[in-house]
Design a protein around this ligand. Structure first.
Ligand code: HEC
Ligand code: HEC
Length: 335
């Protein structure tokens, strides 16, 4: 939750001119970082044969000889950790377990330090990769237990793709939101870098022309590189091509409502026919005012002139700071 809020506030720092340019999805597998599914991932088998002897998720709470694997996932994973960093951290402990390396003092007290066993680095890293990418089996009591035991300090973590009843791998909703946010942030970064550079080197006036001309190719290349359809839509568009559809208008209204009331909000994700639809608001900051603020006070006359020439139907002025200027509308294949 916190992470999502942080990401959202990052998104609004510099959002620039971008077009409603879409690109078609050619291949799948955007969301997954590896081509393995939960059932054929080699790390799953390895974990079951080498770790479940002691870390079995189905042993009950009172008769355990070691914590379930989900406990390690919860203790070792952090919000911004890469798959490699997670695997390194697990390997660092397992290659030579010791009390001073432990991140789980309670477990050491209860079970004694994990006995040294000769595992190969390759096997452990495959196991860690599996734990990172997939939702792993966990005991029913675990979630409540970890929050209680740590008095709310320790966060329960078991995100990742799961196997549904149809045997296919599905990303869980948290993952959908994170993946969508990643697309939005990457695009924002690329556009923002170019827009800020132009404003700094050439001034706001040139930046308007830049937005008008260069936003298309930049956004297009981001969408292709990320294998997604990336749009910025608005209820009051500057470029009429960025006009929100009925569904998007409804969501923009919801985000506006929440932001006006200072309520917490999260991106909206939906899965329809194997496609993930992701929506998150784009809000204004003071940087935006020079092109989206009050025409009389904040937009220089020659900038306003250029905007009016390029966009005779412009509706995108008169915004104050921290208002909903529009919304990311991103679509990508589920797997
Ligand atoms: C013979 C029993 C046994 C086996 C097999 C075993 N472990 Fe453990 N492990 C333990 C015990 C007991 C603990 C709890 C005490 C501790 O944290 O050291 C533990 C704790 C851990 C921890 C947390 C360390 C900490 O305290 O920060 C990690 C990570 C871990 N095991 C990974 C693995 C992996 C990966 C495997 C399979 C390759 C595995 N273990 C196999 C007994 C085992
Ligand atoms: C240098 C002028 C300039 C600045 C600064 C600027 N924009 Fe824009 N913005 C534009 C132009 C020009 C377009 C139309 C681009 C196009 O043709 O797609 C646009 C389009 C947009 C759109 C797409 C929807 C629409 O109205 O067409 C959004 C959303 C947006 N801007 C948000 C922002 C936000 C948020 C900021 C501040 C973080 C910002 N802009 C700063 C000039 C600017």
């Amino acid at each position: 939750m916190n992470k999502i809020i942080t990401l959202l506030s990052l998104i609004v720092v510099i959002t620039s001119c971008k077009n409603n340019k879409t690109s078609s999805n050619t291949t799948a597998a955007v969301a997954s970082t590896s081509s393995y599914t939960a059932s054929n991932h080699p790390g799953k088998k390895l974990m079951e044969t080498k770790c479940y002897v002691c870390h079995n998720p189905s042993a009950d709470h009172d008769n355990r000889i070691a914590p379930p694997m989900v406990a390690m996932k919860s203790h070792y994973m952090t919000d911004d950790m890469s798959k490699e960093e997670f695997a390194d951290a697990i390997w660092n402990f397992v290659k030579k377990p010791s009390e001073d390396k432990s991140k789980m003092r309670g477990a050491v007290r209860r079970f004694g330090v994990m006995p040294y066993q000769q595992f190969s680095e390759e096997d452990i890293k495959l196991i860690a990769n599996y734990m990172y990418e997939f939702k792993i089996d966990e005991p029913e009591w675990f979630k409540e237990h970890i929050e209680e035991e740590s008095k709310g300090k320790m966060q329960y973590r078991n995100s990742g793709k799961t196997i549904n009843s149809d045997g296919k791998v599905h990303a869980d909703p948290k993952n959908h939101a994170e993946t969508g946010m990643e697309y939005a942030l990457n695009t924002k970064k690329e556009l923002g870098k170019n827009l800020m550079g132009t404003i700094q080197k050439k001034g706001t006036l040139k930046a308007v022309t830049f937005c008008n001309k260069k936003a298309y190719p930049i956004t297009d290349s981001m969408a292709v590189a990320q294998n997604a359809t990336i749009k910025r839509v608005s209820d009051k568009p500057r470029n009429p091509k960025n006009k929100a559809n009925t569904k998007e208008l409804e969501l923009i209204a919801q985000f506006k409502n929440a932001i006006a009331k200072n309520e917490e909000y999260t991106p909206v994700t939906e899965v329809v026919n194997g496609k993930v639809h992701f929506y998150a608001p784009i809000t204004t900051n003071s940087m935006c005012q020079q092109c989206h603020g009050s025409p009389e006070k904040e937009i220089q006359p020659e900038v306003l002139n250029t905007i009016n020439n390029l966009y005779p139907e412009d509706m995108a002025t008169g915004y104050a700071v921290n208002e909903v200027r529009g919304m990311w509308s991103i679509t990508y294949n589920e797997e």
